[in-house]
Write a protein that binds this ligand. Sequence first.
Ligand code: HEM
Length: 467
Amino acid sequence: MDTTVSINTNKVPPGPQTRWLGLPMLRAMQKDALGAGTQLRDDFGDAVHFRMAGQSYYYFFSPELIRELLVEHMDDFIRHERPIEVFSQVYGDNVLTTEGERWKRQRRILMPGFLPKRMAGYVGLITDATVDGLQASLPQTSGASTTIDVDSFTTTLTMDVILRVLFSHKATEAESRKAFDATRTLEHQGMRELFWPKTPPDWFPYPGRTEKLHAKAALKNLIQSQIDLRRQAAGDHAEKTDYLAMLLAAHDEEAQNAASATLTNEEICDNCMVLFAAGHDTTATVLTWWIGLMARHPEYAAKVRQEVEEAIGDRNPTTDELSRLKWTNASIKEAMRLYPPTPNLFFRRALRDVAIGGWHVSKGASINIPVWHVHHDARWYPEPETFRPERFMPNAPEIPRGAYLPFGAGPRVCIGQHLATIEMALVAVFLIRQFDFALAEGAALPKPKIDMVLKPEKTLQVTFTRR
Ligand code: HEM
């Protein structure tokens, strides 16, 4: 296997000659972003450059180039303004949408609640949500079966998990339904607006505006009402192990003055909004694909189940026990390799002229980091389309740094990665020890489709049979 990466010294990487201001290229990406990326890589290699609508675009497909960009040159790039504008119109100014000092301050204040040592405090909340979610949607009598839309199930479950982790709040059925519909509406609208040059102001009657504003108000009411309830119950914080308790008590040690040491009410609300959004659909997507893969590969489901039965039995697992489950974690990692929820990181924008792998990247250029393509590259993953959890078992050959990026890399790496890892393993433990999963006779997994995150193009139906 050739594992060399092509590093060139030519000024600008090769790429397609675009016609009509790049409109055909834009249309191809809108129609099939993964296919368009594959075509670029196959035709031009690890670094690609083209122009669209008067702008320079770069794609970097190799782990070295990506790490160079995200880690070594982190100060030379920001997240592209357009997707951030789309996000901040809904979720406000928060750790995901800000840059520079404003981002650094928010990240410092939010981070302690996501450190591995905080996870033990959340595990009880995640367990409660999982037990309730399985009871509500799946059969409870041995031998009984039900066939369900897996993604609706995992999304409702992870939404409940994040509400409990953030606020210790168990959502009512009506709240869950409302939040579910609102999230879907905002995702579809977000995907649509990404391809617009600008989102008009809220008073302008643009397509999808009314539904978007209703959905935004529904989520904001849900989140703000939880913060208000907590503030009214002053003095109660100390007993809570949830994220809001940490956030209300948080202080920025590096703050220049008292006012900037804590988050304002608005910042707390905006950050909780974005943690809710970023913290459930991604996790739901991984669990959806993992359940599909377990149904498709019963030989691996058996390995995971045996490990869980031996190590945990019927008990509720602790965070340490979860992190020691080799097959469980390897199968989840492999699901995230095949189906990374964020198949492209946010586009980056070059703040100044810079060289990446010897290639010239001009100030103002837009850069795509195509995670899905790196995860499906035979140089790092032999037989890349095959589900093979062994790749992530302790004695497996080392995977090059930068070739596995489900949570991104560099200073803007996912803030919730430890939480997501614990949550996904915990849900997997409960599911695998209670249920057998099966696809319909002869059915394959649906194709993936980018819908903000990487969802199944057609509904994934799986039959759950209670063991
Ligand atoms: C399997 C689940 C998850 C995946 C695959 C995932 C993926 C990612 C990725 C790839 C990024 C970086 C994007 C970029 O650099 O362009 C990111 C950032 C972020 N994630 Fe996650 N995420 C997951 C779960 C979570 C959870 C559970 C939370 C919070 C509760 C969360 C909150 C965030 C936030 C706030 C950011 C922005 C961080 C910053 O810019 O400083 N994510 N996530």
